[in-house]
Design a protein around this ligand. Structure first.
Ligand code: GLN
Ligand code: ZN
Length: 730
């Protein structure tokens, strides 16, 4: 590390990139790109609406890139190669990698704009699939690889950004998604023979990477190849093969292989046998084994978390850098996953750091250098989780019979259309432009309308429609102690879509009832049962930034206790049916298979802690927006809810035997299409082949907040009609 300190004294800028061989002492693996005020989001949406041309969109991209580099340079990333490039994206960096390799499926090539056609679909052409980027809340476009995909290097974007930065006076380090991660995240193209694995095409993809690296050889001193899959796969033969080939190329820049999202220790030996010039490792949860194999090469220590929002403890970070033998300091992963800056925020807890503040930390740590000391261990969960349970299902079902529900009861998932007026009223009351009493009167009027609509449709278990909620997690965060919400802390979820995750910063508690007043108001308007509607503890923590000083399991248990108190208050207020949604149960699944059972055990325990205080006569529902078979389905069963509604129509999932009430969605709410009554009848008959009528519920796939009232009325009328037809034939 002495070398690192020495380099601090050398002139920074103005090096010939080809002469600089040492890796910069401070860097970041990537940066947000949506814009500090979501400029890219607006530019994209204007462009998609046809109001601006491609040139205007590109100009916004150029401005955002220039502004990011300028800011990062100002914050202290001044050595050549310290600034990353090619981390910008108009939609998604995995899609960009597919374009860079010319892996564009044939059917998109004729579209007016193949890039956005793959991302979002275009006249009659559905988009490519989208899925979660590792265990983050970012979503990427899944590339499609066929046995005959003709890979070739398409270097314009990466060379373009490099030249753009150079024209501004910055020597950058291009970042490319690595070949192994690219193929591992891809899926086989439709029509590929069974057993075809995109990884079978590794050698052809490596040819294209070889061309790219040759093109970059005279242009950049270092190139970063992102291989987060190293953390999942361990030392796969593909890694060894890929990096032997790439590092063995006669003409190439220096190669930094970046692993992140966990401990890459198992994969390091496979990587180390290749003559790559450096490795970046995630040190936020410990120091991976096998780093000594990189002695003499650059070891970039990711000690500043790229996905949590807390300040870095400098002593702990320096101790980890020392233990890892790190030669440079960096973030653990791209800063894509945190908001831009704390500037402009107020009322937030202390101890936070967003992207800009994290860059300053990296720079400060590089100046201090490593220092031997005790290496901190991550917090361990406290104590055992009590297994909680209510009476057996049969006893509960008997106690719930006085709800008077017919066979095949009809219900919805919770939300009704969120109108523009509701959103406007919400921002007006937040800005103090609308008196609270006036706002609440509007919410009550909306609830009354939702109840009327449902009675007219003839639904059996009603909902209040969730008109008071901006978001199913943020709403609860705003009403619980221990959470803070930001003004502008947006994080990209996918494409132009951003979320503003709440920050769980302290012990969570519930100062008072949250939903009781709306639920009881709704119940006062009807003789039919109204379902109380809560978000579950796992989903609340999954969609928030959480504290890192106690284990996630313990954080989740605190939230579970708050939900449990709300369940008790709803029950005491006479609400007989309570739904606790857990759409994010699957999202927190650990990347490593061997850690999954442990996670699911505590996640299920948290849900049961939230719900097991309910009396047997109270009917507990849960809802999940997917229905994969296997380990997650088992966990869903273990939640022990009386009724589980899951997505089935969109995914074509056929419900299997289920030991309690089950409502496989009968139509897809993501599309404006109205399901036909006969189509719903057919679905119900199919479900009845697997589930007895006494346990089958009839409901849509998910909440209705994105639909219009016209669509909802027409769709639900057919759903209710279908249930009546099938009931008669029982
Ligand atoms: N109750 C929520 C709603 O209906 C559930 C949303 C979800 O599953 N994501 O909107
Ligand atoms: Zn859902």
């Amino acid at each position: 590390f002495a070398a690192l300190i020495d380099r601090e004294k050398r002139p920074g800028c103005g090096h010939d990139p080809l002469v600089t061989t040492e890796f910069p002492s401070a860097t970041i693996l990537g940066y947000p790109r949506i814009g500090p005020d979501r400029e890219l989001k607006r530019a994209l949406e204007e462009h998609w609406a046809g109001r601006t041309g491609r040139a205007e969109l590109e100009a916004t991209g150029r401005r955002l890139r220039a502004e990011s580099w300028r800011r990062l340079h100002e914050l202290g990333l001044r050595e050549p190669g310290a600034l990353p490039s090619n981390t910008f994206s108009l939609y998604d960096h995995v899609l960009d990698a597919a374009v860079m390799l010319d892996a564009v499926p044939e059917r998109y090539r004729g579209a007016a704009d193949p890039y956005f056609a793959m991302a979002r679909g275009a006249d009659g052409l559905p988009p490519l699939r989208m899925t979660k980027w590792f265990d983050t809340n970012y979503h990427y476009i899944v590339p499609e690889i066929a046995p005959r995909t003709a890979f070739r290097a398409v270097a314009d974007k990466v060379l373009g950004e490099l030249a753009e930065a150079r024209a501004l006076g910055y020597e950058t380090r291009p970042v490319l998604l690595g070949p192994v991660t690219f193929l591992r995240l891809a899926q086989a193209a439709p029509g590929a023979p069974g057993g075809f694995d995109p990884l079978d095409r590794l050698d052809d993809v490596l040819d294209a990477y070889g061309e790219l690296l040759a093109a970059l050889a005279g242009e950049a001193a270092w190139v970063q190849l992102d291989e987060p899959i190293l953390v999942v796969d361990g030392g796969s033969p593909a890694v060894r093969h890929a990096y032997r080939r790439l590092a063995g190329l006669p003409t190439r820049p220096r190669l930094l292989v970046a692993s992140y999202f966990g401990d890459a220790g198992d994969a390091l030996p496979a990587l180390a046998v290749a003559p790559v010039d450096g490795v970046a490792v995630d040190l936020t949860h410990g120091v991976p084994r096998n780093l000594e194999l990189f002695e003499g090469r650059s070891v970039v220590g990711g000690v500043v978390s790229g996905r949590e929002v807390w300040r870095t403890d400098p002593d702990a970070a320096r101790a980890r850098l020392a233990a890892a033998g790190a030669t440079s300091v960096s973030t653990s992963c791209s800063l894509l996953h945190v908001p831009y800056t704390l500037r402009g925020e107020s009322g937030l807890p202390s101890g936070l750091a967003f992207a800009e503040e994290k860059v300053a930390e990296v720079v400060a740590l590089a100046a201090l250098g490593p220092k031997a000391g005790p290496v901190p261990v991550p917090p361990r969960p406290a104590g055992e989780v009590r297994a909680e349970s209510r009476g057996p299902y049969e006893a509960r079902a008997a106690a719930q019979r006085d709800l008077g529900l017919p066979a095949l009861p009809t219900t919805t998932i919770g939300s009704f259309p969120q109108t523009g007026e509701l959103r406007a009223a919400r921002s007006a009351v937040a800005a103090g432009r609308l008196p609270v009493a006036e706002y609440e009167a509007r919410i009550e009027a909306e609830i009354a309308r939702v109840i009327r609509e449902q009675e007219a449709l003839g639904l059996d278990v009603l909902v209040h429609g969730e008109p008071e909620r901006n978001d199913m997690v943020q709403y609860f965060a705003e009403h619980l102690d221990g959470f803070a919400v930001t003004r502008n802390g947006w994080v990209q979820s996918y494409g132009s879509r951003c979320t503003r995750p709440p920050i769980l910063h302290g012990d969570v508690s519930r100062p008072g009832p949250i939903t009781v007043r709306w639920a009881t108001y709704a119940q006062s308007l009807t003789a039919r049962p109204v379902k109380g509607m809560l978000t579950g503890p796992v989903t609340i923590v999954a969609w928030s930034f959480v504290r890192d000083d106690i284990a996630l399991r313990d954080v989740t248990m605190q939230v579970a206790d708050a939900v449990r108190a709300e369940v008790a208050d709803l029950e005491a207020a006479g609400v007989r049916v309570i739904q606790v949604d857990e759409p994010a149960l699957r999202e927190l699944l650990p990347l490593r298979r061997e850690e999954r059972a442990g996670y699911l055990a505590w996640a299920v325990a948290a849900y049961r802690r939230a719900t097991s205080g309910a009396a047997d006569a109270t009917q507990i529902h849960t809802h999940l927006c997917y229905s994969d078979a296997g380990e997650v389905l088992e966990a869903i069963d273990a939640l022990d809810a009386d009724v589980t509604s899951i997505e089935a129509a969109r995914s074509g999932f056929a419900v299997q035997e289920f030991s309690r009430g089950i409502g496989p969605g009968v139509y897809d709410i993501h599309s404006p299409r109205i399901p036909g009554r006969d189509e719903v009848v057919a679905r119900l008959r199919r479900a009845l082949a697997a589930v007895p009528a006494s346990r089958l519920w009839v409901n849509p796939d998910c909440g209705l907040k994105t639909r219009t009232y016209d669509e909802v009325r027409a769709s639900l009328a057919n759903v209710v009609g279908a249930a009546e037809i099938v009931r008669k034939s029982l």
